[in-house]
Each structure stands twice: as structure tokens, then as C-alpha cells.
Design a protein around this ligand. Structure first.
Ligand SMILES: N=CN[C@@H](CCC(=O)O)C(=O)O
Ligand SMILES: [Mn+2]
Ligand SMILES: [Mn+2]
Length: 316
């Protein structure tokens, strides 16, 4: 079920008396009042997936379904600089009866419609079941393109499944690629040896997953990590970037179901995603797993919003 955002969400400090260019996001964003995907053409469309059914099924701490409006609020007061694509609020998909397959399917159709009109999708999760909803929509929108999936996440999220959860999205996308006879090009950056069982690592190897371990991600090794990312970009037609916010260390991102002890800190994360944003190949990006119930003085919301802001402003 599609729902427009509450207009009261987009509020902030009004500096417009100082100068006509003293604008913040809440003053420049356009919100869809009805579902009109054609209006997203040449925009970055914020689209929320208000689900944590996958987190509950994965035995996690629920609350991520409440994230999309909280993330919009945190973004509202940030400065609106010039950007390649204006930001548009395309509302949320909710699925009140908890049918995750149906919710992911409806979300994928919304994603496909936006891309059919040359929009870009910047998705606000939801648990990481968001990645199957968003990713399957991108596979549908670009049937003939080689898609690189880049996931910043300590978790491979390749769990074997009899039902969809927040731990299965890339196993589901692998299966989808297989049934469509397409390559499955999946890179997990920041994976933790402590957070993935040997069984998951075996499945990753079998699927040809590229793994960059969290212990190899630090400023002293940044060029090696960037050249790995460059390789992924160079063999892709288009790129789907997904950021599980639990890739940030818990001191920066307490507001997730499974906080990371090590993680990739915000400054380094921003540095590593920048070439992806500037590649000219990025079609969709998302941030997942934000859970406002576990936030501390809105710190996690600020960090997530800063990431969203950087993605929007840097996207070429
Ligand atoms: N989204 C994925 N979540 C992790 C959760 C791990 C945990 O709860 O410790 C996973 O399935 O591996
Ligand atoms: Mn994770
Ligand atoms: Mn994840």
C-alpha cells in the first residue's frame, strides 16, 4: 500500500531572509501527493520501505519499520546545495498485514515504475529485506544490463531460506539472477569473520561473492579497497548500492538490530562510497536497518541522514 509522506515531516530552520540561496532540504524538496512515478524523471526519489517483518523473522530487534519518517526529519534541515538530480519525496510502501513477499513485490513494482521514467531511487529501509524489494525492482527495470550489487555490511545476508527475512536478500537476488539467466555480481564490503558462519562463507564462495573483510578496511589500506571497488565498477553496466547501517561502529550507529563492534567509521565509509556515487552507473541506493527505538539523542539518525545527504548530493 502506497502512502504519501506527512507534509509536517518537512520542517526546519528558515534562513531565506538572508539570501535566496540560503535553502535547506525541507524548502527545496517536492513531495508526491498521489502516486505519479512520471514526476520522478531525472530526480533522486526518496522511497520508504516501512517493514521490519524480515527483522522479526530473523530473530532481530524490531522497530526499523518506523525509520522512513524519522530519516526524512533528520534530513529536512540539512543545506540544499546544487545537485545533479533534485530530491523528490516519493512516499512509502507499507504492508499492514505483514505479508513480506507481497510487500517486496509491490515495492519492486514501484521501483520499476520510477526507473521506467528515468528516476533514481534512494530508498529508506526498513530492515535489510529492503534489499530484495529494491534489488528485484532494479533487475526488472534493467533486464539487459549487468548489475553490480555493492553491499556495505558486516553480514553477507546469504542465509538459506524457506521464507524471506532480513538475512536472506542476497540469496534471493542470487536465485532471481539464476532464474533470469543473468550474472550475479555481488560484493560485500566490511564483512566480519565473527558475524558469518562457515556455512555462509561456503555459500558465498559457491556464488562467487567478492568479500572485502572489515579488518582490511582502514585508512592505511584505503587505496587497495578503492581499487577493488574500481574493478567492480569497471565490469558493471549499472550499480545498486545498499548500506546496512550496522556496518557503522556501534558508537556511531547504536540504532540498529545488530550493532557492530568494529565496523567502518562514517568518514571512511563516505570516502569509499564516493567513487560509486560519481561513477555515472549508480541507479539505486538504500540505507537499511535504522531502528529509532535504539537511538541515543538522535545521533544515529544524524549519521544516517548525513549519509543520505552525501549520496544525494554526490550522485552523478
Ligand atoms: N540483516 C541481517 N542481520 C544479521 C543479524 C545478525 C545478528 O542478529 O546477530 C544476519 O542475519 O546475519
Ligand atoms: Mn548487517
Ligand atoms: Mn544486512
Amino acid at each position: 500500500m502506497w502512502q504519501a509522506s506527512d507534509s509536517k515531516i518537512w520542517q526546519g530552520r528558515d534562513d531565506s531572509r538572508e539570501s535566496p540561496t540560503a535553502k535547506r532540504v525541507f524548502q527545496t524538496i517536492h513531495s508526491l501527493q498521489t502516486w505519479q512515478p512520471e514526476q520522478t524523471a531525472q530526480h533522486v526519489a526518496l522511497l520508504g520501505f516501512a517493514s521490519d517483518v524480515g527483522v522479526a523473522r530473523n530473530l532481530g530487534r524490531v522497530g526499523a519499520a518506523k525509520a522512513p519518517p524519522v530519516l526524512r526529519q533528520a534530513l529536512a534541515n540539512m543545506a540544499s546545495q546544487t545537485s545533479a538530480y533534485p530530491l523528490l519525496d516519493a512516499g512509502d510502501i507499507h504492508y499492514p498485514d505483514g505479508d513480506l513477499d507481497a510487500a517486496q513485490n509491490e515495492f519492486a513494482q514501484a521501483v520499476q515504475a520510477i526507473h521506467a521514467h528515468q528516476g533514481k531511487t534512494l530508498v529508506l529501509g526498513g530492515g535489510h529485506e529492503t534489499a530484495f524489494a529494491h534489488g528485484s525492482g532494479l533487475y526488472a527495470a534493467y533486464p539487459d544490463q549487468r548489475i553490480a550489487i555493492i553491499n556495505f555490511d558486516p553480514h553477507l545476508d546469504l542465509r538459506r531460506h524457506h521464507q524471506a527475512t532480513s538475512g536472506t536478500p542476497f540469496a534471493q537476488l542470487a536465485q532471481l539472477a539464476h532464474t533470469q539467466n543473468r550474472p550475479f555480481d555481488y560484493t560485500c564490503i566490511g564483512a566480519s569473520g565473527a558475524a558469518n558462519t562457515a556455512a555462509l562463507l561456503q555459500d558465498a564462495e559457491h556464488l562467487g561473492v567478492n568479500i572485502v573483510w572489515d579488518t582490511d578496511i582502514h585508512w592505511g589500506n584505503v587505496n587497495a579497497v578503492l581499487s577493488h571497488i574500481e574493478q567492480v565498477l569497471s565490469r558493471a553496466d549499472i550499480v545498486y548500492l545498499t548500506i546496512d547501517l550496522d556496518v557503522l561502529p556501534s558508537y556511531q550507529m547504536p540504532a540498529v538490530s545488530a550493532p557492530a563492534a568494529l565496523g567502518i567509521a562514517l568518514d571512511l565509509l563516505i570516502h569509499l562510497i564516493t567513487p560509486i556515487l560519481q561513477s555515472g552507473r549508480l541507479v539505486g541506493a538504500d540505507v537499511a536497518e535504522f531502528n529509532p527505538d535504539f537511538d541515543i539523542d538522535k545521533q544515529g539518525a544524524r549519521v544516517a541522514a548525513r549519509l543520505l545527504w552525501h549520496i544525494w548530493q554526490t550522485w552523478r
